[in-house]
Design a protein around this ligand. Structure first.
Ligand code: SER
Ligand code: ZN
Length: 599
């Protein structure tokens, strides 16, 4: 029987008593009994000796040695998914562990497994412990040198980092490959692949002059459907340099696509692994949205190289630090490559369909939860998509140029570290000179704020007033809510949709009024332009006003949103009339531009 899962709390975070700085590893691939030997460079973090307790799940332990001397069995214990070394030395030492796992029996697809004859790994969030004993948590970052050995039936052997050497093992039908990753990384970014794979190759020269060999590996026969993925990769590499000044940092970048993969894709350092549905495309087999998704997901995983890999998360509570930020970055990329308006509309549609119900239902949780029992349950629309909205709001609040400066500061300050949301917000605050302590509440408080709008015009004083009231309904575990800091982009429009005034309202209190003068004529209000805050706007707006917005609002998102609201506003009897249109006439009507399809 396995023990009941324990609740883990953010407030209980403590660093490990030992750092593991470097790993030398040999992996002998075998479907039933893969042997892994690790040589860990361990250093105590303090002078107070304490046991060294490593994670390991379902592993066969074959031996433990310290500084080359095998340990007596009394010096360690291996039970309840932990390997405990009772009295490690209190100065730096080398810990050698020999262990084994069974990849073909791994149907959870977490750790090392076999998919269609290909050995591959998925270590996020806690898969490494099913492969080798280690501190399987993101704040223990080490450099790795990995030697892979396999039979000749697995000719392609890949791991993180740069290739060092490869060759035949004399006297056998086996061969080896050595990979070196000079960038410290946590276990969840470790990856290896062994298989008989087809591949396509290209290269990219970075702005720093590094020539990077690019490879995409797929099951044999699928290599003629990888060209778009390769184009998308090169476009992503160029965009991250242009927009965020981030160049790639290894000599190779490889992607492997397999047909069995739990996540859509995974950002392992230098060796991304994908579900091949997000790699393969040819005009005969793929739709426009398949092409879009491939471009987007390749970009997402590539952008993790800086937001996730070079700077990772201190603990899994900080998951949104890498995921929200990287989703925001891939959204900006797609907008730049295609259309910001269309992208924003698609993202808000998905937020409303997937995240809003989550935020308003029994599974509602903050973007950064304060406790969990199973971290795999927190790969949610809230962490990813609302997390991205928080980054977008920060960019709106401090401006795009300052946001870039804040990101530069974040990379400079935390490169090679495992960081927190507080670290990220401190960079935003320091670069902008703004106090973001109220904004930080977005990370802790779940639920979708509802903002009520009342507008009034005074012809005597030529003033226009907007009164805004915000309320966030209770969510599980959070019965009372505090007001959020909301950036609401606005414009006041004349009768042909020209901006008379525009800017940003920052709503901080539960209720606030904003008055604009010099307006003898009542303007049309365009609020929360570009969906600048992830809220529900409650306005009492007439059909005429919605028609005005659809035709004239200078914000493309609000033009689209007005059409949605008008559709919702249609009286039920009118909807019934539409339903009664005979099938062939309805088809003809619906082929017309959508605004003309309305009765
Ligand atoms: N870390 C992976 C990703 O988001 C798995 O979801 O890219
Ligand atoms: Zn991601």
């Amino acid at each position: 029987m396995t023990a009941a899962p324990k609740t883990i709390y953010l407030k209980d975070y403590t660093p490990t008593p030992y750092a593991i700085q470097h790993v030398e590893m040999t992996v002998k691939l075998d479907a039933q009994d893969t042997r892994i030997t690790t040589k860990l460079s361990v250093a105590p973090r303090s002078n107070h000796p304490s046991p060294l307790v490593l994670d390991g799940e379902g592993l066969a332990l074959h031996g433990v040695a310290i500084d080359g001397k095998p340990l007596f069995e009394s010096a360690y214990s291996c039970k309840d998914n932990k390997l405990t070394i009772h009295n490690p030395p209190n100065a730096a030492f080398s810990l050698e562990i020999s262990q084994g796992c069974n990849p073909s029996a791994n149907t959870a697809l977490s750790g090392l497994y076999v998919s269609n004859g290909i050995f591959c790994t998925q270590m996020e969030a806690e898969g490494f412990r099913r492969f080798a004993f280690f501190y399987d948590r993101p704040d223990v970052m080490a450099t790795y040198r990995v030697r892979l050995e396999a039979a000749s039936e697995l000719p392609v052997l890949l791991a993180n980092g740069n290739p060092v050497e490869s060759g035949k093992i004399s006297g056998s039908n086996r061969h080896f490959a050595v990979w070196d990753d000079p960038h410290p990384k946590p276990t969840y970014l470790f990856a290896l692949v062994g298989g008989d794979l087809a591949s396509i190759h290209d290269n990219f020269t970075t702005s720093e002059g590094r020539k990077v060999a690019l490879g995409i590996y797929v099951e044999k026969g699928k290599e003629n459907a990888c060209a778009w993925a390769m184009e998308s990769l090169k476009a992503s590499m160029a965009w991250d340099e242009r927009r965020f000044g981030r160049a790639y940092d290894l000599d190779v970048f490889n992607i492997v696509a397999v047909s069995d993969f739990n996540f859509g894709a995974m950002e392992n350092k230098g060796l991304n692994i994908f579900n091949d549905k997000y790699i393969l495309a040819r005009p005969e087999i793929a739709t426009d949205s398949d092409y879009l998704n491939i471009e987007r997901i390749i970009a997402h995983e590539y952008f993790h190289n800086w937001t996730g890999d070079r700077i990772t998360c201190r603990d899994w509570f900080q998951l949104c630090l890498k995921e929200g930020l990287t989703v925001f970055r891939d959204q900006e990329f797609t907008g730049d490559m295609r259309s910001h308006s269309v992208k924003r509309i698609e993202d808000v549609k998905s937020l409303r369909i997937r995240q809003f119900p989550e935020d308003q239902g029994p599974l509602s949780h903050p973007v950064r939860p304060s406790s969990y029992m199973e971290i795999n349950n927190f790969y949610t629309a809230t962490v990813y998509d609302k997390g991205a909205e928080l980054c977008r709001m920060l960019q709106t609040l401090i401006g795009k140029d300052t946001f870039r400066k804040a990101m530069d500061l974040y990379f400079a300050r935390h490169d090679g570290e495992a960081a927190t949301i507080e670290d990220f917000l401190a960079c935003m605050a320091d670069a902008s000179g703004r106090d973001l302590s109220h904004f930080a509440r977005w990370y802790q408080q779940a639920g979708t704020p509802i903002v009520e709008v009342e507008e009034s015009h005074d012809g005597k004083s030529d003033t226009f007033q907007i009164k805004l009231t915000q309320k966030t309904p209770p969510t599980p575990g959070q019965p009372t809510k505090l007001p959020q800091h909301l950036p609401l982009a606005y414009a006041l429009l004349d009768d042909v949709g020209r901006n008379v005034k525009n800017g940003l309202i920052e709503l901080r209190q539960e209720s606030e009024a904003f008055t604009f003068d010099g307006l003898p004529r009542r303007p049309h209000l365009s609020l929360n332009r570009g969906f600048s805050a992830p809220i529900e706007l409650k306005e009492n707006v007439s059909t005429e006003e919605l028609l005005f917005r659809m035709g004239h609002d200078s914000d493309s998102f609000n033009r689209w949103d007005a059409a949605q609201k008008l559709g919702m506003k249609l009286k039920p009897e009118k909807q019934a009339r539409i339903r009664r249109i005979p099938r062939e006439r309805h088809a003809a009507a619906c082929a017309m531009p959508s605004s003309r399809c309305l009765p």
